[in-house]
Design a protein around this ligand. Structure first.
Ligand code: CA
Length: 233
């Protein structure tokens, strides 16, 4: 397999260089863009495998860059945000970003996010979203039968818990925001349902944990949303 090509979009030269050096040391190829205009050009001409996108760019808001890219490409985008405010990350995820890193981040964190995203890209056909059976570690979902199993033991889920589990499974590895999940499950009137979502997610996790000896593949991102973690992480 070719070394993955990463597009680094960052106007802060020291951070851009740090990322470049890190990627070089870990068998990634990379190209870099200091602003949004160059980033969009590089994304369309080089077809990178992953885009690392700083949200605070001099010429355009990073969220706008995501919307533009998403109008023609599914290129995985990992957002890098210096802002501690979660609303930026939520806005970026809702615009179609796949994951986020908060500055300052460690080299290990950066590499871990890249691995997660690449693994999602290289999904084998058996766990692609279109197949009838999804499996992730001890969890198995038989979409045709409408049943979920942990270690071959059937989970007794309510219809909403099952829908939640399927939604997370179909987006395995990706952070889904509260807004996205509630819209998918309950439709447009999502605002009133974030509290419900927490309750359903808590009962779903409890059932998963009970079946799997205390472990759950669902990760909570406080104030942002949830992610199903790939088992091999
Ligand atoms: Ca910046």
């Amino acid at each position: 397999m070719n070394k993955p090509l990463i597009l680094i979009v960052e106007d802060d030269a020291p951070i851009r260089n740090l990322i470049s050096v890190t990627l070089e040391a870990h068998e990634y190829r990379h190209i870099a863009a200091p602003n949004a205009a160059t980033a969009i050009l590089e994304a369309s001409s080089h077809n990178p495998d992953i885009m690392l996108l700083d949200l605070g760019l001099p010429d355009m808001d990073g969220v706008k860059v995501i919307r533009k890219i998403r109008s023609w490409s599914n290129l995985p985008i990992i957002v890098i945000s210096a802002r501690s405010d979660d609303t930026d990350k939520i806005e970026a995820l809702d615009a179609g970003a796949d994951d986020y890193l908060t500055k300052p981040f460690s080299v290990d964190e950066l590499l871990a996010r890249l691995r997660v995203t690449l693994r999602r890209l290289n999904q084998t056909p058996s766990d692609s979203p279109d197949t009838a059976v999804f499996s992730n570690g001890d969890l198995r979902i038989d979409y045709a039968a409408g049943c979920a199993y942990v270690k071959d033991e059937e989970l007794h889920l309510t219809p909403i818990e099952y829908k939640l589990l399927c939604l997370l499974a179909r987006n395995c590895g990706k952070v889904l925001t509260h807004k996205y999940i509630t819209q998918q499950i309950w439709g447009a009137a999502w605002e009133n349902n974030v509290a419900s979502l927490r309750v359903f997610m808590a009962t779903l996790r409890k059932k998963l944990e009970a079946a799997d000896g205390g472990a759950s593949c669902i990760q909570t991102h406080v104030g942002i949303g949830y992610r199903m973690v790939k088992a091999s992480e």
